[in-house]
Design a binder for this molecule. Structure first.
Ligand code: SIN
Length: 277
């Protein structure tokens, strides 16, 4: 975990790091890119401060990691399909990500990572994002619970954010992806095990009675939301870009700033394989 071309200040000993010495507006050298890539695997969440990016530069940096993802909701908004606008104002009825989730796990192959670029932070403070370490969430389970989860498969339903977190029905006539993933997956690059259910998208665990599935999922969600060793906290400023590994983290955007405005843009990168045990 030592780097030659970038500097790192960690947010906690296991998740989150601020990266120094990188200008994302310019193409990274191959050496710097491979160190950023390694730091992303090591720290799961990378924070780049004082970056002055237009949309093309934001997307160009994301493209170094793979092709760009189009969010299943985004086609109904118009604009650039590869940019997800995250904007909350005094009039908003809900805000994106205000609950623990992993991005778009309803997809057959969910995005491998997302980059959120902050354009406006709320006057008066607030609007931080928490990121939780899902390797550690798995490792902190008892051996008995690990054995119980082994081999279980869960359904991830794209309509759930609307009826749950967003409090509205999906727009008429729109189909949302629904796919199954193992409850415990192995990160394809690090080989480490990850707890892979989230309250944003996971509707139920297959093969269990509804009450059994609810009990197990609620217990796991409580573990994720209340185990204080899991998260790091990103405090935003305008021109901060945060890049998270969606395969081993969950995040929660805290909506504690009403009636003020927060505005960011997200670009996500298409995953290259289905989550697997
Ligand atoms: C999200 O991607 O879920 C939004 C995160 C945030 O607004 O901090």
């Amino acid at each position: 975990m030592s780097y030659r071309t970038i500097g790192i200040t960690t947010l906690t000993p296991h998740i989150g790091a601020e990266v120094h010495g990188v200008d994302l507006a310019r193409p990274l050298s191959n050496e710097q890119f491979s160190e950023v890539y390694q730091a992303w695997l090591d720290w799961k969440v990378l924070v780049f401060r004082d970056q002055h990016l237009d949309r093309a530069q934001h997307k160009a940096f994301a493209r170094r990691f793979g092709s760009l993802h189009v969010h299943p909701m985004q086609h109904s908004y118009g604009g650039d399909p590869e940019i997800l606008t995250v904007r909350t104002t005094a009039d908003s009825k809900y805000t994106a990500g205000n609950g623990w989730h992993t991005d778009v796990t309803c997809d057959e192959i969910p995005p491998l990572g997302s980059m959120l670029y902050m354009k406006e932070t709320p006057e008066g403070g607030g609007g931080d994002t928490l990121f939780a370490d899902m390797y550690l969430a798995y490792e902190l389970l008892s051996d008995t619970m690990k054995a119980m989860l082994d081999g279980l498969v869960a359904v991830h339903d794209g309509a759930l954010p609307y009826v749950g977190a967003y409090g509205v029905r999906p727009p008429e006539g729109q189909d949302y992806p629904r796919h199954e993933h193992p409850v415990v997956v192995t990160h394809p690059e690090t080989g480490r095990k990850v707890l892979y259910v989230n309250s944003g998208f996971t509707s139920h665990i297959k093969g269990l009675a509804p009450w059994e599935s609810r009990m197990l999922l609620q217990g796991l969600y409580q573990h994720i939301a209340t185990e204080v060793r899991l998260p790091c906290r990103v405090r935003w400023a305008p021109n901060t870009l945060t890049f998270w590994d969606n395969r081993c983290t969950q995040h929660h955007a805290i909506w504690d700033y009403h009636p003020h405005t927060r505005h960011a843009e997200r670009v996500s990168i298409v995953g290259d394989q289905r989550p697997a045990a």
